[in-house]
Design a protein around this ligand. Sequence first.
Ligand code: ZN
Length: 570
Amino acid sequence: MRKVSQLPYERLPIEVFAQQAQQIIDQVKGAASAQEVLAARDKCNQLVIRLETAQALSYMRYSINTADEFYLAEKDYYDEVGPQAQNYLLEYTRAMLASPFRRELEEAGEIIPLVFRSFEVELKAMSPEIIEDMVEENRVVSQYSQLMAGMEFEFRGEKLPRPMLMKYAKSPDRATRKEAYEVLGRTLQAHSQQLDGLFDQLVHIRDRMAKKMGYRNFVELGYYRMGRLCYGPEEVKQFRENIRRDIVPLVARLRTEIGKKLGVDTLMLYDYDLIFPQGDPVPKGGKEEIFAAAKEMYHSMSRETGEFIDFMLETEAFDVESRKNKWGGGYCTSFPAYHQPFILANFNGTSGDVDVVTHEAGHAFADYTTADNKFIVELGVGGMETAETHSMSMEFFAWPYMSHFFGEDASRYQFMHLLDALSFLPYGTIVDDFQRQVYENPDWTPEERKAAWRKLEAEFRPHITFDGIPYLEEGTRWQYQMHIYETPFYYIDYCLAQTVALQFFTAFLHDKKDAWRRYLALVGEAGGKTYPGLVAAAGLDSPFAPGTLAKLGKEVGAWIAAQDAALNAR
Ligand code: ZN
């Protein structure tokens, strides 16, 4: 079987793309039958697959070594020509929507109405007049990614990439945690002009694009760019209020209790990564052991997941060691022409390493499962909230196997995982609402933006104090939350997904087989339904519905209390 490192890469020049795209567009416009439209659509999908594969492959090879000149140039090339390519696709989309055969295609089930709805959203997300701005936006985003990937943190005589530094943020020794955050803050501070400057540029570019397209500000455009088909700022506002009312007090109470156990009266930011005074559970082995355990787990889970993990391991579809010049986050991508998912991570010896084979592998499993879906090119696995539902739920379906990773610490890991999942909801809400406020007020100064962040922290995480932590106390936590620079408005997706994943968790406690069956169906249908449609079909409550979070908070809170009692009794 061909390994990921052996997959051939070839640039798709924009001239070739443009020529083929133009033919396809003409074919749609001149079609004399529904069949001709379908034939053109097939060609278009093949072309998109070629472009996406070339783009994803070059980006992957750049991200595993951001100092690689060849792939940096390739990545820059797609950054530069990507918007032009998108513009051709927009033209195609417009032709498809205007086709007199649309109704016939929909009625015959050849192209489902959801595809046309997603085309309509695409039209709202882009226009030829913003191509230049998009190119510029890509360039600035790249500068930020480059800056963050190359940033070194000097800690106790060693120069560490950020993922390695953050390992010390989980130290049972408070002075060590504090020092790690001080190093984090001071290093960011040394780059504060760039961090503020790049963000300021991005806000203005995005605001300009929105205004050129006739929107009041970037918020509306940002939602369309995320391809959201069935919820908008109003629904998210409602969700935010539910978080504030139903989740914030619960998390504040639980975390304050944890703080007491840690022997801390004021919970500082640097106390927040730790749950257990003796240190949080860490994987019992290194990379080898984690992958061996993952293989066993997926084989026990189901036939489908067993086949999937074998494929991933045989094709060497993981790059998990933290290195200098490697991009610092984690992601799952796929190379559609090869039906190949790929996972990048930065192992640092914490429980986060296990998330790679649960969370990221959850994404990869969905990509693998849906690779042949009829509308996969147009609809993908759904929006990002759907994709994150696949991955975050997989974290919970992996629970019965945690002793393979954590040995006798498995139940402590589960306690921590659940508490983290719940604590994430207020944080994710901050990240989302910060962006809304920033784009509603594009002329804010860096100071005003930081003040907005501090205010949100005080509202949604009143139990944490930033005082005295260099730079971060000014309200700059968001400057290393890379989504904020790189993919605006991609964040509430995690909160919506967590709300659904936690429901899968409670369903799983109740009936393992049934919950798994519903999950598998949700993954299989992926883009074929809207998010609320998928959630309803799985028999779960909409994250937006009143009462969903209140009910969930009660159930999860009760489980946490019971687990806490069990742990204390041991
Ligand atoms: Zn994810």
